[in-house]
Design a protein around this ligand. Structure first.
Ligand code: ADP
Ligand code: MG
Length: 211
């Protein structure tokens, strides 16, 4: 059954399923960062998502915002590395934009991704095309704006497809930010590790919302 909106507890459970999926994907993320960076992205994400599980499991939250802010704070305080600060910023700022909403629907999906990616770009300085996680997040946010009127299950399915396409497109980009920039043209052919994480995160959010 397609869901119009998710409740606060459903958003919490959705993010717990994201945490499990990322922990399970550690080898994929490690390989992606080994190809272009220093190879620590998988272990960092595993550590961050283990902290997310501790922060969310069996807890009650007053708003949807607080769930996402809890995710961001757990990641920011445990991961280290560029992606800890960047993902922390994404979830905290995206979450904050939801105010006191107690449901997560198409409108909230759009606000969450747009504010999240805007904060990442202003804090980290990456633009679309620099071959970072922004290349998965920015198309996701664009798509989310187009589908604000849709049930959350459909909105997240569209947003997940856009994040996946953005991750794939990052293969053809030359890295100009982060550790991979020293590789120059040698970075062509592989996706950015953070974009791989984003694609997995949004796909798992969508899978959960399909019910
Ligand atoms: P580190 O680069 O410190 O080893 P990770 O390996 O955990 O950190 O994360 C690397 C990922 O962080 C990159 O694949 C990229 O997606 C993301 N990243 C790095 N710098 C930035 C930035 N300025 N803006 C957005 N994302 C960034
Ligand atoms: Mg790394």
């Amino acid at each position: 059954m397609s869901k119009d909106t998710l409740t606060i507890n459903e958003v919490r459970d959705m993010m717990l399923s994201v945490a499990d999926k990322i922990i399970e994907s550690e080898p994929i993320l490690t390989d992606a960062d080994r190809a272009l960076g220093d190879g620590d992205h998988g272990v960092g994400m595993e550590r961050g998502m283990t902290a997310v599980k501790e922060a969310l499991a069996e807890k009650e939250f007053p708003t949807v915002a607080k769930v996402f802010q809890g995710v961001g704070t757990a990641m920011m305080s445990t991961m280290g590395g560029a992606s800890g600060a960047i993902f922390g910023t994404f979830f905290r700022s995206g979450g904050k934009s939801l105010g006191d909403a107690d449901t997560f629907g198409g409108e909230q999906v759009a606000s969450f991704f747009q504010e999240g990616v805007d904060a990442v770009m202003s804090r980290g300085g990456a633009k679309p095309g620099d071959k970072t996680m922004v290349d998965a997040l920015a198309p996701a946010a664009e798509k989310a704006k187009e589908v604000t009127g849709s049930p959350v299950s459909e909105a997240l399915a569209s947003v997940a497809a856009a994040a996946e396409a953005g991750k794939e497109a990052s293969k053809d980009m030359i890295a100009t930010m982060g550790r991979a920039k020293t590789l120059g043209e040698k970075s062509i052919g592989k996706p950015d590790a953070g974009a791989v994480s984003v694609a997995i995160i949004v796909a798992t959010m969508s899978d959960y919302a399909q019910g």
